[in-house]
Design a protein around this ligand. Sequence first.
Ligand SMILES: [Zn+2]
Length: 397
Amino acid sequence: MNLAEYIEGRKEAHLEELKELLRIPSVSAKREHKPDIEQAAKWVADKLRASGMKTVEIAPTNLHPLVYAESLEAPGKPTILFYGHYDVQPPEPLELWTSPAFEPAVRNGNLFGRGTADDKGQVHIHLKALESLRAVNGKLPVNVKVLIEGEEEVGSVSLWDYVKNNKAKLKADALVVSDTSMLGRGVPSITYGLRGLNYYQIEITGPSKDLHSGVYGGAVPNPLTVLCELFAKMHDKNFRVTVPGFYDDVRKLSAAERKALNALPWKAKDFKQTVGAPGYCGEKGFSVVERLWTLPGRSRKDSDTVKGLREVFNASGSGPGPRKNCEARRKARAHAVAQDRKLQVRSAEHGQALGRPVSCADLQEGNRRFGERFRQEGRVHSRRRVHPVRHADVRHV
Ligand SMILES: [Zn+2]
C-alpha cells in the first residue's frame, strides 16, 4: 500500500480523531481550563507515542506543559523540528457561534470548531503524517523532533525558557512551523516571511470624574475624539504611515517578488465576501495582496480589522466575556471627556520581522516538491507558488 492509499483509507478515522482534540476546551488564557489544558497535552503525547515516536515527554512549566517527542533513527540524515500548539483562544462571544465552539460540526464540507484552523488541525496533520510514514515505510526518512506548546495564545512565555534551556536537545537542520495556513483548497502554500510587530498601549486621560455628555458635552474636550484624531493622523491620504522613521528598516519589494505575489490564486471577490467591508484601503500604488502581506499595517491588538468604534472599548481584545466588556466600557466612558488630558504610551509586545528571499534555493525546492506531490496524488493544482505570510505575529517562531 502506498502512502496516499494509506492516508485516504483512514480519512474518516482521522477526522473523528481530530474532533476528539477539538472537543477539549484547552483555553490557555483561563485558569478554570487548566484540567483541559492538561488533557490536551496528554492527548497529543499519547498520539505521538502511538505514531511510533521513541521518546515522548510532557514537560511541566510555570504555566502550561509542553509536549516534546523525538525519533532519531536516521543516521546521517537531516533533523527536522516541528512546532505547533494545542491551546486555543477563548470562544467568547458565544452567541456568534452557529454551532458550539467545542462541538465540532461539518457544514458545506468545512469543519467548524475552536482551534480547527489554529492550530489543532495543523498539529493533527503532522501527527498523522508521522504515523502514516512509519506505517507504510516502517521508519521515518529523516530524524524528527516535535515540540507542541500550550501557551501560544497567551504569549509563549514558557516556550522561550524551554528553548533557552534545551538548545542542544532542540538542535535541528530545519524548523517547520505549522501555525500557518494554505491559500485555499488544494493550494499548497509556503509561508516565507512574517511581519514584525510593535504593540503600544495608548491612553488619554481627561477629567477626574465621569461627565455626562448631555450636560457637559460640547464644552469639554473628549479624549475619545482626541484619540481618534491621533490615529487618523498616523497615515496620509495615500495611506502612507506618517510616523517619522517608520519605513527606515522596511525592505523594498523586488520586481520578481511583486510579480509572484500578484500571480497568486487570490480572488478579490472571495476576499470581499470574507471581510464583509464596504471597500478596501491601503497604500497607493500597491495591490491588495501586497498591502496584506508585505506592507506595514496598523491594527488594534488581536484584531486585524476594526469593526467599528465599539471595538475601541474591548480593552482586552482577545474576546472578553460580557462582564469584562461592560467593565471596559465603563472605564472608557469614565475617560470619555477630558479637560487637561494626559497622554500615556506604554510599550507592550514586540516581535522581529523575518523573511527569506523568495528566490532562495530551499524555498524553490520546497515549492517544486509540493507541486510534484500534489499533482502526483491527484489533488492538484497547476499553481504552486510560495506564499508570503499574513500572520502579523511572530511570537511562535
Ligand atoms: Zn496559532
